[in-house]
Design a protein around this ligand. Sequence first.
Ligand SMILES: Cc1cc2nc3c(=O)[nH]c(=O)nc-3n(C[C@H](O)[C@H](O)[C@H](O)COP(=O)(O)OP(=O)(O)OC[C@H]3O[C@@H](n4cnc5c(N)ncnc54)[C@H](O)[C@@H]3O)c2cc1C
Length: 275
Amino acid sequence: MIPAPFDYEVAESAEHAVELLGQHDDAKLLAGGHSLLPLMKLRLASPSVLIDIGRVSDLSYVRDAGDRIAIGALTCYEDAHFDETLKSSCPIVAHAAGEVGDPQVRNRGTIGGSVAHGDPASDIPTIMLALNAEFVVRGPTGERTIAAADFFKGVFEVDLAPQEILTEMRVPKTSSGWSYLKFHHRAQDWATVGVAVVLGDGSNNASVALTSMGERPLRAQGVEEALAAGEDPASAARRAAEGTNPVSDPMGSSEYRRQIAPVLTRRALEEALSR
Ligand SMILES: Cc1cc2nc3c(=O)[nH]c(=O)nc-3n(C[C@H](O)[C@H](O)[C@H](O)COP(=O)(O)OP(=O)(O)OC[C@H]3O[C@@H](n4cnc5c(N)ncnc54)[C@H](O)[C@@H]3O)c2cc1C
């Protein structure tokens, strides 16, 4: 399909992108284009203007920021996957970035684009939720910081105003006690179900988050509560589907996903405890 006609602007900086967003109604930011352009080709999105932020190179970085790692929104998956700072200080992000799509997707798609898009089948939002990440957003009145737990609202719905741009994600240093397991039918596919585990200072203080189990990335609260109460991982994992509402689609029925989630959660907890 061919997208509806649109105008095209190039932003030189985050501030310039905000300014351009303010000048046009119904404009959309274009980062890697790997989610937005398919939607436009299907005419599920028809922005009147695309504001290309893909050349704002100073939003592509990974930095050690004390007790956190700062990731620029335009960092592509491939750069995050091979980044030495992430590999040593927050390897779950480097690992999950390498699990996304194929090499073409990983070289064009951005970590910030994935977070801003708010697709419940995406891998990175689940990782951000499990890590209790913070997101930095710039708008016409300045900057604000939002917790990942408050950011994801629904299917393709996030806490971003029309004139705002996501500039940075901040994740805590977490070098051990982690896992991200993604169940998919074919290599390089989206997750039928994904489970992220971050143990914190032990299994009774674990964060467990789920991909493709509802309208947004979800915390597996039942599992976290069971672990906090001292249950062993195998028993706690049985509560993984509690409070979830997965879709039925060609990848699997809702019931299938609810069966997979506890098994994958047990394996993810075991893997996290082993490293
Ligand atoms: C074949 C294929 C396979 C894929 N497989 C997977 C997979 O296995 N796992 C997975 O998680 N994803 C997968 N994806 C999606 C891919 O990861 C996308 O690249 C990503 O979801 C969006 O990032 P992007 O940079 O391409 O964003 P774009 O497509 O450019 O933008 C997406 C949306 O976010 C907005 N946006 C982008 N950046 C910002 C910003 N900085 N601030 C505010 N708004 C912004 C845009 O306006 C748009 O609404 C796949 C995509 C394809 C085409």
